[in-house]
Structures are given as structure tokens and as C-alpha cells.
Design a protein. Structure first.
Length: 59
């Protein structure tokens, strides 16, 4: 189960990064601010995935 959840998490992170790239392109976010946007979104999604893993694990 853990392996399938990790694979799903990697797919979700990749998909979110693709959407973030589209957001940055659509909103014309400057190049110097894009790493901060990606970092913030990736940290928040990682926290969400870890907390959902623990919820599934202990439920």
C-alpha cells in the first residue's frame, strides 16, 4: 500500500508542477518570482500528501 501511495504522490506532484507552470505562463509571473511560487506550492502539496498518508494509515 505504501508503494502505491508513493507512486500516486509522485504523479500528483508532477501534475501540480505542470499546472503551476501553466499558471505562471498565463499570469505572466516574472522569472525571478517563479521559484518562490513553485517552492510554496510544492511544500504545501507535500504537507497535504503526508497528512493524507497518515490519515489513511491510521484509519
Amino acid at each position: 500500500m505504501a508503494l502505491s501511495f508513493i507512486l500516486l504522490a509522485v504523479v500528483v506532484l508532477f501534475w501540480i508542477n505542470q499546472l503551476t507552470h501553466s499558471l505562471c505562463a498565463q499570469r505572466d509571473i516574472p522569472e525571478e518570482q517563479q521559484p518562490a511560487v513553485f517552492r510554496t506550492i510544492n511544500v504545501l502539496i507535500t504537507i497535504l500528501l503526508i497528512s493524507s498518508y497518515f490519515e489513511v494509515l491510521f484509519t
